[in-house]
Design a protein around this ligand. Structure first.
Ligand SMILES: [Zn+2]
Length: 211
């Protein structure tokens, strides 16, 4: 029985009732992601309703699904031929998240959505550390993900690896093109952008500081 597709997309609302809370929370990470990408009003909605959504409150399920589906369709349509880079925004949290998943062996230790959640929190904190985004916004992202039971820190994700190890995992990410690793960073909540010239040594140093 397929309930969530590979990217966590909700396919059949009724099957959500049969999912354990942990998997619902993991799927929810990719819902909140749409607010963080380019829809700050939706992120604010998530802050007010995310916990209810994960708890199975049917009154918030339909709007969450509708917004997620519409956001994904809109972003894909804006970059149908993958030429503008806009479509890559859908990968917010996935480069950091991939490293965490690799470090935990792509296992039940860290579900994909949990890796993405922690990855989004890391992307915002790294953005703040780089002076791109306010510390307040980064804190808000981390706080909300933790409030709904998702990991917002390396420790919460069960990852103890150093920065160099995690960056090495990122370099195995299949999304790497031409020897460069695009990162999805943010100027604020709902202001995600593709950063193409991120210094991997700075990422490693940042991750060491997160331990
Ligand atoms: Zn994903």
């Amino acid at each position: 029985m397929q309930k969530l597709s590979k990217n966590g997309f909700i396919q059949d609302p009724d099957t959500l009732d049969t999912l354990p809370r942990r998997e619902l929370a993991a799927g929810y990470a990719e819902v909140a992601k749409y607010g963080l990408i380019d829809d700050p009003a939706f992120f604010a909605w998530c802050e007010g309703n995310g916990a209810k959504l994960i708890a199975g409150d049917p009154s918030v399920r339909a709007p969450a699904i509708a917004t997620s589906v519409a956001s994904k369709a809109r972003i894909v349509a804006e970059d149908e031929r993958e030429t503008t880079g806009r479509r890559a925004l859908l990968n917010l949290g996935h480069t950091f998240g991939h490293a965490l998943e690799a470090e935990t062996g792509f296992s039940d230790r860290l579900l994909h959505g949990e890796g993405v959640a922690c990855g989004m929190a890391l992307a915002f904190r790294f953005s703040a550390a780089q002076g791109l985004c306010s510390v307040e916004d980064a804190t808000r992202v981390t706080r909300h993900l933790e409030e709904v039971g998702l990991p917002g820190t390396l420790a919460a994700a069960g990852v103890d690896a150093d920065g160099a190890t995690l960056v090495a995992h990122m370099l195995h990410d299949k999304k790497m093109a031409g020897g460069r690793l695009p990162f999805l960073l943010a100027r604020g909540i709902g202001e995600t952008f593709v950063a193409k010239d991120v210094d991997l040594a700075a990422v490693a140093t940042f991750l060491d500081g997160e331990r």
